[in-house]
Design a protein. Structure first.
Length: 100
């Protein structure tokens, strides 16, 4: 078959092999989807409801010095309050480039 497109899903890439009929032949899915949250003093209690621990790996980058208020486990980091949310997401990409 002909190799189709690559989709980034969380911290893994999914490579689809597309045949003549353009239907996916092989799909490799990560065990969890990575979610990056840029946080600054906001209410984050919604994280527990929308991102269950068995399906999502959550990375929270806080710039306001205040801990996010949710109960699930997460990778938590503190960044200087510079830039906007794009700075936060770029920081995550740079720090985890070899795993994405």
């Amino acid at each position: 078959g002909v190799w189709g497109h690559v989709e980034c899903v969380g911290e893994s890439a999914v490579l689809l092999e597309v045949g003549k009929d353009s239907s996916p032949k092989n799909v490799s899915m990560p065990s969890k989807i990575g979610v990056v949250i840029a946080h600054y003093h906001e209410d984050a209690s919604w994280v527990d409801e929308f991102f269950p621990e068995d399906k999502y790996e959550v990375y929270v980058y806080s710039k306001g010095g205040k801990e996010p208020n949710f109960n699930r486990s997460a990778h938590k980091f503190t960044l200087k309050n510079e830039g906007r949310d794009g700075h936060t997401h770029l920081t995550h990409i740079v720090r985890n480039y070899d795993k994405l």
